[in-house]
Design a protein around this ligand. Structure first.
Ligand code: FES
Length: 101
């Protein structure tokens, strides 16, 4: 288990190791879009990992390629649908855009 904090909503939840980050956020009541069936193709699940990047699976080539096409990405960017919570450390994410409430 590891603690997942979802900003700016301030939701705090416990997540079982091996859980997909997008699924964990939606299960906790976070608002995050998915338009491509979690295939790393739409970018709608783009968020910032504020803390605990090592608590998530590494960025694979497909995610990296999609991130390169998005506006507003930074060193903290991830696609939630492509990240797995490892359970090794607490993770804080910041949801972006109009759906982030
Ligand atoms: S849901 Fe489309 S890129 Fe993650």
């Amino acid at each position: 288990m590891s603690t997942l904090t979802i900003q700016p909503a301030g939701i705090v939840t416990e997540v079982v190791a091996g859980t997909n980050l997008l699924h964990a956020i939606l299960a906790a009541g976070g608002k995050l879009a998915t338009k491509c069936g979690e295939q790393a193709k739409c970018g709608a699940c783009h968020l910032f990992v504020v803390e605990g990047r090592k608590g998530l699976s590494r960025i694979a080539a497909q995610e990296d390629a999609k991130l390169d096409t998005l506006v507003g990405i930074g060193s903290k960017s991830r696609l939630a649908c492509q990240a797995t919570v490892l359970g090794t450390e607490a993770v804080t994410v910041e949801l972006l855009g109009a759906l982030s409430g």
